[in-house]
Design a protein around this ligand. Structure first.
Ligand code: FAD
Length: 408
């Protein structure tokens, strides 16, 4: 094959196709059949996480392997399949990944080596991680985080106080990553992330939220009351943080904030999750439209229904191309000159909401009941336009990036 022919390809490698098929089987045979039960129970689906751990799907090895897959498509392809199975259970399986990514993205090699394995544990002793940035008064506005981290020179420890909210796995995780303000006068540039080891005194779970969708995924407040951690648990190291702060004070622009850096690396991943839900609702509606008859015809034979399916398919494929592009760019060190990560997340999450909405319409009254899965998919889909930056925030990021203006 000539170089010109190999320069661009959307073919997945054989390894990637094997992973896709393997994850799909798990999603179809283990996750799907359990989806309704765990949505109703609104609890962490431990037996399913255990099954995933047993086959190596919930493991550091699997996540690291997919994260490092050279094309960048390892995580998008496997997450799309998992979320096709069920979004709530899938988030319970991959929620640790956000905390792990926050350490892997900016942590020192020794921090990554010590703490990321402790977030996953082993098949016999499963552990979880949680990433805690959001607060009651700091959601989209991450710069206004109030949780404080104060350095205690006498003990060489950080002391953290504050309330985190909306934390996936918050309070039930073994390792928590907490974003806190060290220098409130500097806004987000005075923030750092800290690793809170298992059973650290002072960290407790606040209220657990009862949600509209993704109900198998645990979401809760995390209270930090005089939590003390050794100084070495500032992610990226105190020395680097002090240098960055000194540069900010001198008026030199700092190269990124702790929380934003994590979000940048994970946005295409969230797009892939949304894609899984979009595809699941499309698949279900497609089968239904080819089967259900009214006025003596398959309803798919009505242009009104076929056009909905055509639009859904176009939106899904367009979103997937954007997710894959952003993931490929991230893996290959390309600069995101038009906020391509945010573009992918925005398109895929809005496609999930639209496709699941249309799926209900195609199923008619059945679609509106809990006897059919599209009702759950519709509830699940909505989270993707909210977490990891709302659709409005994605548009702000894209708008600012492409215009170079400080769009408000
Ligand atoms: C189920 C779930 C799981 C979550 N998991 C985590 C987690 O693991 N860790 C974590 O740290 N956080 C997590 N979050 C928090 C999530 O990231 C925030 O909810 C999200 O960032 C939005 O913040 P907010 O809810 O405070 O909304 P707000 O920021 O109050 O926004 C409310 C509305 O105002 C709009 N808005 C805000 N600012 C602007 C602006 N400048 N311009 C235009 N519109 C604006 C928003 O788009 C939105 O429509 C989770 C949330 C949920 C619901």
């Amino acid at each position: 094959m000539s170089e010109a022919q190999t320069a661009f390809s959307l073919d997945l490698s054989e390894d990637m196709r094997d992973v896709q098929a393997w994850v799909h089987e798990f999603a179809k045979n283990v996750i799907r059949p359990a989806a309704e039960e765990w949505d109703e129970r609104e609890e962490t689906p431990w037996p399913i996480i255990q099954e995933a751990a047993k086959i190596g799907l919930y493991s550091l090895d699997f996540f690291a392997g997919q994260w490092l897959e050279p094309s960048g498509l390892g995580i998008p392809v496997s997450f799309e399949e998992l979320f096709w199975g069920d979004a709530g259970i899938a988030l319970a399986i991959v929620g640790t990944g956000l905390a792990a990514a926050s350490v892997a993205a900016v942590g020192l090699p020794e921090q990554v080596a010590e703490w990321v394995p402790q977030m996953f544990g082993t098949a016999d002793d499963i552990k979880l991680g949680a990433f805690c940035a959001s607060e009651p008064d700091a959601g989209s506005d991450v710069g206004s985080i109030r949780t404080r981290a104060v350095y205690d020179e006498a003990s060489d420890e950080w002391v953290l106080n504050g309330t985190k909210t909306w934390a996936t796995n918050g309070g039930i995780a073994d390792v928590h990553v907490v974003v806190a303000s060290v220098y409130p006068d500097l806004g987000s540039r005075g923030q750092a992330s800290f690793i809170i080891p298992p059973r650290t005194p002072g960290l407790s779970q606040g209220q657990k939220f009862r949600k509209h969708g993704i109900r198998a995924s645990h979401t809760a407040e995390v209270i930090l009351d005089n939590v003390r951690v050794p100084s070495r648990l500032l992610i990226g190291g105190k020395e680097k943080f002090d240098t960055r702060v000194a540069r900010v004070r001198e008026g030199v622009r700092a190269g990124g904030q702790a929380a934003m850096k994590t979000f940048e690396t994970t946005r295409p991943t969230v797009g892939a999750m949304a894609l899984g839900v979009a595809r699941a609702s499309y698949d279900y509606a497609l089968d239904y439209a080819r089967d259900r008859e009214q006025f003596g015809k398959k309803i798919g034979d009505f242009q009104a229904i076929a056009f909905k399916l055509a639009d859904m398919k176009c939106q899904i494929d367009a979103a997937r191309l954007m997710v894959w592009r952003a993931a490929w760019m991230a893996r290959n060190g390309r600069e995101f000159t038009a906020a391509e990560g945010s573009m992918a997340k925005l398109m895929a999450s809005e496609a999930a909401v639209r496709c699941s909405d249309e799926a209900i319409q195609i199923l008619g009254g059945n679609g509106y009941t809990r006897d059919y899965p599209v009702e759950r998919m519709h509830r699940d889909a909505k989270i993707f336009t909210i977490f990891e930056g709302t659709s409005e925030i994605q548009r702000l990021v894209i708008g600012r990036t492409i215009t170079g203006l400080s769009v408000r």
